[in-house]
Design a binder for this molecule. Structure first.
Ligand code: FES
Length: 616
């Protein structure tokens, strides 16, 4: 085995790279976050780097597919496919870096009466004496039960370990935090009662620090899920863990470290200590849930896609590795199915659709899109494999919603108008921009309703026998590769949007409803919040309905987690929602294939029994 010295720019990370180690693995080991949606399979094309000096392995077939001969000559490579043959220097462009990304934490706010499952009680205990030599823990329990008519019967073991010295140092005055019949924390009186709500997403993690006694959010923050270095797409992570169970430990460790970091940052913002957190609620999709709890995940990837557990769980935070109050618990909301997890339950809870009247559609769009149709309180849910296209995966110049991504786009008569995140020069195009581009190309007649690129626009050209539409040219990018939408990108988007539209249609037909009857379409999640709904309708991803029927609600899963943290009755409601949902396996629905093929068409249309009818 040979070792080479590699230099990753512009981050300036240097280190030794083994000759049998890809540039992606080497970068990962040196702490350089390169996006890898496919987990290094060479299929997502997200790990683009430019070799500035040194010799590397010959381009693989997947690299020849994604780069033109000129780009390859200029040093453009996929980090996961490239191995060093000498010392060298590699530039990691902004669109390939994992760190800077817009992470949505905001969502609809619902005010609930605070009734958390943990309560704080102020106690002034009698001092022990020879005539009253009662054990400290018994003294505490007796005082709680007598003064507050509780039925407390136990004190957490970690609380017991600190109880005696602390009670003495506080002069027998304290605040005891009780959960059911157990004392889970003791603190000086008065202390704050803090709670942590977490939406553990595949790509991003949103955290909320809440004052439990007032039900108020004190701080909110989003960070990247560090597991993305193992593949953003959840199947890549499941495959990794299935092949090597030791990686499961590593993936869990990464998630726990991220949650601890998030909790630390949130507490620092309000001058608190993580020991003041007395309860946490975590939601996530079923795979994230399982990886976080180190449950087996293999069965999630194979039909009939069964979760290891679906009911809600209460687990000591310390058993999860979370840094919180001594005996605090983490509550994990219930799952619905292998690909419909606690995050969807939380979204349904936050949007209160279960109590609403009429026909309501609720979607959380992502690599996997969960769609629920609520018909006067009856909930039917499907999971659609929409793939990573909306996160920029499998798209030639796609990237996630980070600085420099084109997020809005319009094709005008005098050129292309676009807006980038942070208003900086464009480096790629993210999901909302890709959606706009597809809609605009369709409206301009440059892409027909089959998704075929025509040859009728000055921005169209052919590269490597494939048509592409130039959004930002090489000249506009000072000699850097142009940002384009290729024919293949359009095909990827058609598959993604057809999956979602098929899910909607199958739900409608199963419930005997029609699109026109939908009174409200709720779109949750970061991507769904930033999309232009008109563009989504134009390409046939969403049903053509008046725009005032659509509601983009932000991170509703995070909001649902917060509700379940603040209110015990909301927590029971979440359990009730999960048990009431009728889960439908999409591929088994009648007309699935014909509906899917019709749903891949662009334009405004109605679907019925696998047939498509164009509308104006
Ligand atoms: S193509 Fe390299 S990580 Fe996906």
């Amino acid at each position: 085995m040979k070792l080479y010295h590699m230099d990753f720019e512009p981050v300036g990370r240097r280190g030794q790279c083994q000759d049998n180690e890809s540039l992606l693995d080497c970068a990962r080991r040196l702490g350089v976050g390169i996006i890898s949606l496919c987990g290094g399979q060479g299929t997502c094309h997200c790990c683009k780097v430019r070799v500035l000096s040194g010799t590397v392995s010959e381009p693989t077939s997947s690299e020849q597919e994604v780069f033109s001969p000129q780009e390859l000559q200029d040093g453009w490579r996929l980090a996961c496919q490239t191995y060093p043959i000498s010392d060298g220097k590699v530039s990691v462009p902004a669109e390939s870096v994992t760190t800077p990304q817009r992470i949505q934490v905001e969502g609809l706010e619902i005010t609930v009466h605070p009734e958390p499952p943990v309560r704080a009680y102020h106690l002034q205990l009698p001092t022990p004496s020879l005539s009253h030599p009662q054990a400290d823990a018994d003294r505490l329990l007796q005082a709680l039960n007598q003064q507050y008519q509780l039925g407390c019967s136990q004190v957490d073991i970690d609380v017991l370990r600190i109880l005696s010295p602390r009670l003495r140092s506080w002069n027998w005055q304290c605040q005891a935090t009780v959960r059911n019949d157990e004392v889970v924390a003791v603190s000086p009186y008065p202390s704050r009662q803090l709670g942590l709500a977490v939406d553990l997403g595949t790509t991003k993690i949103a955290g909320y620090l809440v004052d439990l006694s007032r039900g108020q959010t004190l701080a909110a923050k989003g960070i990247m899920n560090p597991q993305i270095s193992y593949g953003e797409d959840i199947i890549s992570r499941i495959t990794t863990v299935t092949k090597s169970p030791a990686e499961g430990v590593q993936l869990q460790k990464l998630a726990v470290e991220a949650l601890n970091e998030l909790a630390g940052d949130l507490c620092a913002e309000v001058g608190a200590d993580t020991e003041e957190i007395v309860e946490a609620v975590v939601v996530g999709n079923t795979a994230m849930h399982h990886l976080f709890l180190r449950l087996p995940v293999r069965q999630l990837a194979y039909s009939p896609f069964v979760p290891a557990v679906s009911q809600a769980l209460d687990i000591k935070a310390r058993d999860l590795g979370l840094h919180m109050a001594s005996g605090a618990y983490g509550h994990i909301l219930p799952n619905i199915a292998g690909f419909v997890g606690a995050d969807h339950v939380a979204m349904l809870l936050a949007t209160e659709v279960g109590q609403a009247k009429g026909l309501i559609l609720a979607l959380d769009i992502g690599t996997n899109t969960e769609v629920s149709l609520v018909n006067n309180g009856e909930i039917t849910t499907v999971s659609c494999a929409s793939g990573p296209a909306f996160e920029g995966g499998h798209i030639k110049d796609g990237m996630r919603a980070a600085s420099g991504a084109i997020e809005r786009l319009r094709i005008a008569t005098d050129g292309i108008q676009y807006q980038t995140i942070d208003g900086v020069p464009p480096v790629g195009i993210c999901g909302s921009g890709i959606l706009d581009a597809m809609a605009q190309l369709y409206l301009a007649g440059t892409v027909d309703h089959h998704g075929r690129m025509k040859d009728n626009h000055p921005h169209l050209r052919t590269d490597q026998k494939q048509r592409q539409f130039v959004l930002v040219s090489e000249e506009e990018r000072d000699g850097n590769p142009a940002i384009v939408i290729t024919q293949q990108d359009i095909r990827e988007l058609q598959l993604a949007k057809a999956a979602i539209r098929t899910g909607i249609q199958v739900l409608l037909e199963t419930n005997g409803g029609s699109e026109e009857e939908i009174e409200q379409v709720i779109i949750a999640g970061a991507f769904g919040s930033y999309i232009n709904v008109s563009s989504a309708i134009t390409i046939g991803m969403l049903p053509s309905l008046p725009l005032d029927r659509f509601r983009q609600v932000g991170n509703a899963a995070g909001m649902g987690a917060k509700l379940a943290l603040i209110s015990s009755s909301k927590r029971s409601q979440a359990q009730d929602i999960a048990s009431r949902v009728h889960y439908l396996e999409l591929a088994t629905a009648p007309n699935f294939m014909s509906t899917f093929s019709q749903a891949s068409y662009l334009g405004r249309y109605r679907l019925r029994q696998g047939k498509r009818r164009e509308i104006d």
